[in-house]
Design a protein around this ligand. Structure first.
Ligand code: IPM
Ligand code: MG
Length: 365
C-alpha cells in the first residue's frame, strides 16, 4: 500500500486553470512512478468564485481545504474584478484570509536563475554570471498586514488611515527557525532584513533573530536594512543565500528578487503552517492578457507541486525528480514564449507541450 494525500485544487483565474492542468498531469506521472495517490478535490477561488458563489473565498472552498493535506493554488485576479472594493477583490479577498485561516506563517519564495536562462534577466550578464539562488523566507501572517488597529476612521478631511505593525517574540522566533533550517540545507547563510534604525518591531526582530541564530552556529547570520537590501539585490545578488523578512519587506523584496531572475513564470512558492499543511502557488500572477491561448509557462505551477511533495508529503525523492525533469527540459531547449529568446537550440512550445516534455523527462530513467 502506498501513501495517499488529499489535495485541494484551487486553480482560480487567468492562466491558473491551464497551468494547473499541466501540474496535475505531472502528479499523475508521479503516481505512476512512486507509490502514492493524490486524491484531488476542485474548488473555486478568486474571480471565478465571485462569479459563481458570490465571494472570492467561498465557505465551501474553505471546508474543502480543511479536509485536505495541502492546497495547490493557481492564481487569482483579472480586470473584470478590479473595480470591486479592495477587501472583496480576488487577491486580497482570497489570499489574506487563506493565510490567516490556515496559519500559513512561513512563505518560501525561491528566486533562482536557471543557467539556461541567464540572458532573460534584467541584470547585466557580468553581475549574474554563474547564476544565483536566493530563498526569500517571508513572515506571512503578522506585521502590518494583519495587526490591529487597522482601518480608516473619521469624516471628510479629518479622515485618517491606520495600519499597525506589531510582532511578538514567538512570531519572530518561529519564522527565524524556518530560515535557519532552510539555510542549513543550502549555503548556510542568512541575511535578516529589517529597518532597525527606525522601527521598534525591527529592533525586536533583530534581537530575537540574533538569539535564535546562536542555536545555529553552522549558519552565518548578518543583518541588513531593507533599503540597503533592495539596493544590494540589484548590485550583487550572489551575496545572498536566505533572506529572512517580515511580511511587508518580504512582499517587496521577493518581487524584486523574482524579477531579477527574468523568469517569473518559472518560480514556485510555498506557504507553510506548523506541521505539514501548506499552500503551494506560482509566484507570478494570473496573467489575464495571455490566458486561454495555450502559451503560458506551466513550470512555476509544476514546481509548486514539487514543493508540495517536498514539504507536505515528505516525498523529497519525487520532488527532486520533478525538479530534475524541469532542468532537463530547459537544457534540451524547450521554451514557452515568455522565456524564448530565439537562440540556436531553442524550440518554442505551448503550455501543454511543455507539460508533456516535463512528464517525458520524468519518465526517462
Ligand atoms: C503576494 C501578493 C499579496 C501580498 C497581495 C495580492 C495581497 O502581493 O502574495 O505577494 O501582498 O501578500
Ligand atoms: Mg507581493
Amino acid at each position: 500500500m502506498g501513501k495517499k494525500f488529499r489535495i485541494a485544487v484551487l486553480s482560480g483565474d487567468g492562466i491558473g486553470p491551464e497551468v494547473m492542468a499541466e501540474a496535475l498531469n505531472v502528479l499523475d506521472a508521479v503516481e505512476g512512478r512512486f507509490q502514492v495517490k493524490f486524491e484531488r478535490t476542485f474548488a473555486n477561488v478568486g474571480g471565478i468564485a465571485i462569479d459563481k458563489e458570490g465571494k472570492a473565498l467561498p465557505d465551501r472552498t474553505v471546508e474543502i481545504c480543511k479536509a485536505s493535506d495541502a492546497i495547490l493554488f493557481g492564481s487569482v485576479g483579472g480586470p473584470k474584478w478590479e473595480d470591486l472594493p479592495p477587501d472583496e477583490q480576488p487577491e486580497r479577498g482570497a489570499l489574506l484570509p487563506l493565510r490567516k485561516i490556515f496559519g500559513l506563517y512561513a512563505n518560501l519564495r525561491p528566486a533562482i536563475i536557471f543557467p539556461a536562462l541567464t540572458g532573460a534577466s534584467s541584470l547585466k550578464e557580468e553581475v549574474i554570471a554563474g547564476g544565483f539562488n536566493i530563498l526569500v523566507v517571508r513572515e506571512l501572517t503578522g506585521g502590518i498586514y494583519f495587526s490591529q488597529p487597522k482601518g480608516i476612521e473619521g469624516e471628510g478631511r479629518e479622515r485618517v488611515g491606520i495600519d499597525t505593525m506589531r510582532y511578538s517574540v514567538p512570531e519572530i522566533e518561529r519564522i527565524a527557525h524556518v530560515a535557519f533550517k532552510a539555510a542549513q540545507k543550502r549555503d548556510r547563510r542568512v541575511t535578516s532584513i529589517d529597518k532597525a534604525n527606525v522601527l521598534s518591531t525591527s529592533v525586536l526582530w533583530r534581537e530575537v533573530v540574533e538569539a535564535i541564530g546562536r542555536e545555529y552556529p553552522d549558519v552565518e547570520l548578518n543583518h541588513m536594512y531593507v533599503d540597503n537590501g533592495a539596493m544590494q539585490l540589484v548590485r550583487k545578488p550572489k551575496q545572498f543565500d536566505v533572506l529572512l523578512c517580515e511580511n511587508m519587506f518580504g512582499d517587496i523584496l521577493s518581487d524584486e528578487a523574482a524579477m531579477l531572475t527574468g523568469s517569473l513564470g518559472m518560480l514556485p512558492s510555498a506557504s507553510l503552517a506548523e506541521g505539514a499543511f501548506g499552500m503551494y502557488e506560482p509566484s507570478g500572477g494570473s496573467a489575464p492578457d495571455i490566458a486561454d491561448q495555450g502559451i503560458a509557462n506551466p513550470i512555476a505551477q509544476i514546481l509548486s507541486a514539487s514543493m508540495m511533495l517536498h514539504y507536505s508529503c515528505n516525498m523529497v525523492e519525487a520532488a527532486e525528480a520533478i525538479d530534475g525533469a524541469v532542468q532537463k527540459v530547459l537544457d534540451k531547449g524547450f521554451r514557452t514564449s515568455d522565456i524564448y529568446q530565439g537562440r540556436t537550440g531553442e524550440t518554442q512550445v505551448s503550455t501543454s507541450e511543455m507539460g508533456a516534455a516535463v512528464i517525458a523527462a520524468l519518465q526517462e530513467k
